[in-house]
Design a protein around this ligand. Structure first.
Ligand code: OAD
Length: 298
């Protein structure tokens, strides 16, 4: 039987893996949309999953959807950019960022494209954005390779009438293709269904995994249904990790096949649970969080 909501036993595990007479701990995390739910961002699946207008978001996150209807897909992503830009990182993002600062052997893999972990001060070298970023724009033409990073322009294009032809004429275009006399649309720099993860990033994650035994695998706010991301939970387990799952939905706590008796399942909001779970390693979060929020606003 896994430890359910057993903070005391979890803190005992943290004490064991950080004992001064052993090597520094190696901790991996896989995060999903539930981490950002308390910041007001909808999830894809589960009780807080939401339609956008009348569309299932998953049907818009494909290269085929973009080829078929770039205006519809860009309107969806422009909306997500806007919501993410107006949201604030929550205490869950800040707790993981503090863990990264305090624990050099911590690597966070996030499926989220909302930019909230970087804005919480998560050190970039300890964060891999598996599914890309809403704020990267890349050329939709195969073989071009143009990428613009961290574009936070809001709105992304000037308001026009709601007419799709008008919107098509103002969608972002690739400057590299323009210089070659072509007209290509830019697309969101996210990984869509059917697309591979960035190879260089996968190699970096594999190098980190191969560097030694993993002590703890945090699985935060994800349905762990989308591969290859979800596969990192099994990889960490094979490398010896105890798994600690944090999820609002009791059903999804058990979705991680192969939970072992030494594993942990915490039911609740990641923004509330993570600061308490990680307190022995990060201290009380409030001061850190206030400092970062103040810095971000200044
Ligand atoms: P999902 O929407 O599949 O799962 C979100 C999970 O978060 C569910 O298990 C919820 O129960 C849980 N949850 C909701 N609110 C929470 C809260 N406040 N605290 C803790 N847990 C909470 O989202 P992901 O697992 O991130 O990919 O989805 C994975 C990928 O599928 C996404 O990156 C995206 C999506 O389609 C692509 O677009 C390629």
């Amino acid at each position: 039987m896994v430890h359910r909501n057993d903070l005391f036993a979890f803190h005992a595990l943290l004490a064991r893996i950080t004992a001064p007479d052993r090597r520094p701990p190696r901790i991996l995390a896989l995060c999903g949309a539930g981490l950002s739910a308390a910041s007001g961002l909808p999830t894809f699946r589960g009780a807080t999953g939401a339609l956008w207008e009348t569309h299932d978001p998953m049907t818009l996150a494909t290269p085929e959807a973009f080829r078929r209807d770039p205006v519809l897909v860009w309107r969806f992503y422009a909306h997500r950019r806007s919501v993410a830009l107006h949201a604030r990182p929550n205490a869950g993002h800040r707790a993981l960022a503090a863990l990264a600062r305090n624990c050099p052997g911590f690597l966070c893999l996030t499926q989220n494209v909302d930019g909230l972990s970087p804005r919480a001060g998560h050190p970039p070298a300890q964060l891999q954005t598996l599914h890309g970023s809403l704020f990267d724009l890349r050329c939709a033409r195969a073989g071009c390779g143009y990428v613009e990073r961290d574009n936070r322009q809001e709105p992304l294009w000037a308001a026009t009438t709601a007419d799709d032809d008008d919107i098509l004429s103002v969608l972002p275009r690739c400057p590299a293709c323009r210089d070659r006399g072509r007209s290509s649309l830019l697309r969101p720099g996210v990984v869509w269904f059917g697309e591979a993860l960035d190879k260089a990033m996968v190699d970096e994650v594999d190098t980190w995994i191969d560097a030694g035994k993993i002590d703890l695998m945090l699985v935060v706010g994800t349905s762990a249904e989308v591969y290859p991301a979800a596969g990192y939970v099994d990889v960490a387990r094979e490398e010896g990790a105890v798994v600690a799952s944090v999820n609002l939905d009791a059903a999804d706590l058990g979705c991680l096949s192969g939970m072992q008796p030494e594993d942990f399942a915490f039911g609740g909001d990641a923004a509330q649970l993570l600061p308490r779970m990680l307190e022995p390693l990060i201290g009380e979060l409030s001061q850190t969080g206030e400092w970062l929020e103040a810095k971000e606003d200044s």
